[in-house]
Ligand binder design. Structure first.
Ligand code: HEC
Ligand code: HEC
Ligand code: HEC
Ligand code: HEC
Length: 206
């Protein structure tokens, strides 16, 4: 490799390494400083082996999950296919944001004692997401079209789409708007900045 190219490659490597460290490390989802976490970042959510909900949820999921028969979704729609009415990634968020399952209930521990603060709870303890943005089975959109409202490709921003188990449609998820690993290092773990409502305009043509 030519020296100049080598230096350039090293510089790129440094940028990538630095931004990777700025991501989850030190963010709201870095619990490694909490006594209950065992000092690791990933473990409260994922396990390399034997995660208690890895078979049912995927994601090598290591956290306990709420056990509702149904979530109540936007405008009161009850997901007709039970727990599966919520996309998988949103179910994973509800592991902690529902407020009914302790943060330290992971790795097979089910009787944790540390709970998420009230101001960060979504659908607190009842599975009621009726006053939240439509997600899961009631927020279906076509990611292949460019002429739809909401248009997931408007403004050149590609918003992540998910599927609800057993259904082919793409849906809006907690993870469409938020980056759980804080990849973009934005406030509120947002995936796209909401300055000037850019996040909203990424889907809604207004
Ligand atoms: C607070 C919980 C939480 C923590 C901590 C966490 N993750 Fe995740 N992770 C999730 C959720 C939820 C998803 C699925 C949603 C998504 O991908 O945005 C996910 C998805 C993933 C995926 C698959 C999709 C992708 O983004 O590639 C990988 C790989 C992953 N995490 C690795 C890690 C590693 C490695 C760590 C530790 C450095 C970590 N995660 C820490 C919750 C977490
Ligand atoms: C292991 C438990 C856990 C999981 C799983 C988890 N979170 Fe969190 N999250 C927390 C805690 C605890 C906080 C609050 C930290 C604090 O109070 O500083 C938080 C904070 C946040 C914040 C920041 C709130 C703010 O005011 O800035 C957002 C946004 C968020 N989480 C979204 C998500 C999404 C979306 C998912 C799923 C993709 C998810 N979380 C999964 C535990 C979790
Ligand atoms: C359509 C985009 C979108 C979706 C979907 C979404 N959020 Fe948010 N979320 C936001 C925005 C934007 C904010 C910042 C709100 C503010 O500043 O008032 C936010 C704020 C939050 C906060 C900070 C506390 C609060 O209430 O302000 C948490 C925690 C959170 N979201 C978790 C979640 C979880 C869990 C889900 C899935 C059940 C979810 N979000 C789905 C856009 C979204
Ligand atoms: C990931 C794509 C996406 C993002 C980002 C997004 N939305 Fe939505 N939004 C949807 C979908 C899909 C629906 C459900 C539309 C439907 O069922 O007709 C929806 C529904 C709504 C509705 C209710 C419309 C109705 O007819 O009841 C409002 C209001 C809304 N969004 C506002 C916002 C705001 C404000 C933001 C920014 C914080 C935002 N949205 C971000 C995709 C998105």
């Amino acid at each position: 490799m030519k020296p100049r190219l080598l230096i350039f490659t090293m510089a790129i490597g440094l940028v990538i390494t630095t931004s990777a460290q700025a991501a989850i490390s030190g963010s709201d989802h870095d619990f490694s400083g909490q006594a209950w976490s065992g000092g690791t970042i990933c473990q409260p959510c994922h396990a390399p082996h034997d995660g208690p909900n890895a078979s049912s949820l995927g994601l090598l999921w290591n956290h306990e999950v709420p056990s509702y028969a149904n979530y109540t979704l936007y405008e009161g729609a009850t997901s007709n296919d039970g727990f599966a009415g919520l996309d998988r990634d949103s179910q994973a968020c509800m592991s902690c944001h529902d407020g009914s399952i302790a943060l330290d209930s992971f790795g097979g521990t089910t009787n944790g004692t540390q709970f998420i603060g009230a101001s960060k709870q979504i659908g607190a303890g009842t599975g009621d997401l009726s006053n939240d943005h439509p997600i899961g089975a009631v927020a279906v959109y076509d990611v292949t079209s460019t002429s739809l409202t909401p248009d997931p490709k408007a403004n050149g921003v590609r918003i992540r789409s998910m599927t609800v188990a057993g259904q082919a449609e793409s849906v809006v998820s907690c993870a469409s708007c938020h980056s759980v690993h804080n990849k973009a290092s934005l406030p509120q773990l947002l995936r796209v900045t909401n300055s000037g409502s850019q996040l909203c305009l990424a889907c809604h043509v207004k």
